[in-house]
Design a protein around this ligand. Sequence first.
Ligand SMILES: Cc1cc2nc3c(=O)[nH]c(=O)nc-3n(C[C@H](O)[C@H](O)[C@H](O)COP(=O)(O)OP(=O)(O)OC[C@H]3O[C@@H](n4cnc5c(N)ncnc54)[C@H](O)[C@@H]3O)c2cc1C
Length: 415
Amino acid sequence: MHTTAVVIGAGQSGLAMSRCLSERSIDHVVLERNEVANSWRRERWDSLRLLTPNWQCRLPGRAYDGPDPDGFMTMPEVVDFIAEYAKLIAAPVVCDTTVTSVRNIGDEYAVTTDNGQWTCTTVVIASGAFNVTNVPPFADAVPSGMTTLTPMEYRNAEQLPAGRVMVVGASATGVQIAAELQDSGRDVVLSVGEHVRGPRMYRGKDIQWWMEVAGVLDERYDEVDDIVRARRVPSMQLAGSDDRATFDLNALTSKGVSLAGRLAGVHEGRAQFSGSLRNKCELADLKLGRLLNTIDEWATTNGLDDSVPPPHRFEPTIVDSSPPLGLDLNRGEIETIVWATGFRPDYSWLDVDVLDAKGAIRHDGGVVESPGMFLIGTPFLRRRKSSFIDGARADAEDLIGELTTYLDRCAAAKA
Ligand SMILES: Cc1cc2nc3c(=O)[nH]c(=O)nc-3n(C[C@H](O)[C@H](O)[C@H](O)COP(=O)(O)OP(=O)(O)OC[C@H]3O[C@@H](n4cnc5c(N)ncnc54)[C@H](O)[C@@H]3O)c2cc1C
């Protein structure tokens, strides 16, 4: 089969791209290994809700218009939102079709799947940035017999044996799972490395609102000093809940969660934590202060100071004077480990030479180093919000420009 564009993946990124392709009458297919919104259906835990408010769910041609703009969708609601979008835009999704290889054939691409082969002029990789969990190599040294889980395997607290849990990683996923497990009556130790602290509400508004209006979420990839580093920044410690609660480390320790430093290794059954906990927390406090300064400056410049509560600062993160440097995993001190140590994409099917030494695709704002290949949905692809639902729209609208220019060039070369 031949088509002009093959889009790989029917999450919000692939669908946003599909809508932009359809608008320009570019014939294409969206190949999806499972169903539309597969990651939201199958790879998230039961209680998860979006950490972005509903009003921020905007895709090309459709924005959230339900009764609760300031609420946070549950996973079934997100799935409905995305599945309805696919219908609305009549996306040409071919489900149950796993891409097993993409390779160059001349100046085109061959896309092989378990359901046939497509040839095409351009390929859009929208297969997700969070396909597999990043479990550290020393996880192999954890004593056998302990329960270990990744966030993709974790569904709810009932799944775990009774007893103390160590959650490794304190980004959005780690703090949410740690809080849920502590609330379930277990003792939780949270191993904390680099993290991004964020309050849910500031000066009477959601932090996402402030970050949007102050331009933080729209910051462009070619405007930041170190894009490689910016792309690795962990997710902000946020969660969506009816009470709009903050999920920073102070909120967790007040529930009874205890903190340890970054897990540096497991040696002879002993978990070894780095001594950097205080430094990491001070750094996160400092960066939060900088974000709030940016917000306050924006509020003053834009005349909001009289209409919202005055600026204030949050209490610094409270850290024990001597947090543990080790935990004996052989003595039953910990029953379960949850590896909330991040996610990464899976490009094992990509047979085009575009991966760097770390396995990331080499690209310039989504224009991949192989002519006619495009990427969407990865952290800070073109702007800070690129990997969010709300980032798909702006990025797809930019990338369709690049893609059509490429097709025009191909047509001109053939003429
Ligand atoms: C735990 C978690 C919570 C998040 N919470 C939020 C939030 O609150 N708000 C927000 O805006 N963003 C959130 N995100 C970030 C982001 O919005 C989601 O990761 C979202 O799923 C990304 O959409 P996507 O379309 O880029 O990728 P995905 O949704 O992952 O879609 C990729 C699709 O490609 C398919 N696919 C992959 N490989 C192949 C293949 N070889 N062949 C065929 N199909 C393939 C997959 O099945 C999948 O359907 C969260 C992410 C995670 C991990």
